[in-house]
Design a protein around this ligand. Structure first.
Ligand code: FAD
Length: 258
């Protein structure tokens, strides 16, 4: 990747107007994914002066600034309180600490990577994304929408929850991308998420409806999830193997959180 100019934005307004002015101008998170790309960047827009690196506890939700690093997220006592610490646990499994000290939560969510452990774990909870200048959209909707948001992601709001939670990342080696990841949480309602399909994570709405309307049979819930899940092939695994993994870990997850 070649960068023509590095700009440290003095305001969100300036960052947004630069982003809008050319598709070759890019917002910088930790830069780890950007660096892997081949495309040239005209202006690389740094948000580090804008105070977006804070984790704050509000009344109903936890506010995570887009520039919070994965490491700060994973080690935050506020984040560890959500769902028994499942979010910390999920992020802890990405690469090593040096990597997580640079990669940001904003870059991880904005990019909607199919393999994302961050998105799979966050989808286990009610989460809103706040974009500058004015959009607030749930993570559930954001992952379903084609393409990427036009604005700048400033904040990820995770609604407080003491849900019983399960997260599993299946990978070939310790530092690898996931072949499949699964997150299941049960607060008042169940949320069942499968990611790295290899498409971006999705909620298993039919299985959730069955359980949330009083269904008790775990095998039936797994069957419903398997019917609605689209699992495909990638370099690392065949869809058939992903189906086998999903069946096993969904059952294990549902038995653990019930
Ligand atoms: C070698 C490698 C291995 C990885 N393994 C895993 C893994 O196993 N599991 C996993 O979950 N993830 C994995 N990842 C992804 C990683 O965890 C991050 O999600 C990824 O690097 C993006 O975060 P970043 O801060 O580096 O974003 P950047 O690279 O800085 O940005 C990514 C994209 O988001 C845009 N962007 C960034 N911040 C904002 C913002 N605030 N508003 C609008 N747009 C924004 C950028 O313009 C860019 O298009 C891996 C990445 C790499 C490079």
């Amino acid at each position: 990747m070649k960068v023509n100019e590095y700009v440290r934005a003095a305001s969100l307004e300036e960052a947004y107007s630069l982003k809008k002015s050319s598709p070759k101008n890019k917002i910088l998170g930790g830069g780890l994914w950007l660096k892997k790309g081949n495309g040239d960047v005209d202006k690389l827009i740094d948000l580090s002066r804008l105070g977006l690196d804070q984790i704050k506890e509000e009344k109903d939700y936890v506010s995570v600034g887009a520039l919070v690093t994965q490491r700060a997220f994973e080690t935050s006592p506020i984040i560890k309180k959500i769902g028994g610490g499942v979010l910390s646990d999920a992020v802890h499994q990405i690469m090593g600490p040096a990597f997580r000290n640079s990669a940001t939560i904003g870059g991880s969510v904005y990019g909607k990577y199919g393999f994302s452990d961050v998105i799979t774990a966050l989808l286990g909870f009610k989460v809103d994304l706040v974009f500058y200048p004015e959009e607030v959209i749930s993570l559930d909707e954001y992952v379903k929408k084609p393409g990427f948001a036009d604005g700048i992601l400033t904040e990820v709001r995770i609604y407080k929850s003491s849900a019983k939670s399960f997260f599993k990342k299946v990978k070939m080696t310790a530092l690898d991308y996931p072949i499949l990841n699964v997150c299941v949480t049960k607060d008042k309602d169940y949320r069942i998420v499968v990611g790295s399909r290899p498409l971006v994570a999705c909620l298993c709405e039919g299985a959730m409806k069955y359980l949330n309307e009083g269904g008790k049979d775990v095998d039936q819930a797994v069957e419903l999830a398997m019917q609605e899940l689209k699992l495909g092939d990638s370099m690392s695994a065949k869809g058939e193997y992903r189906s086998h993994l999903a069946r096993v870990y969904l059952k294990r997850a549902l038995e653990e959180v019930k």
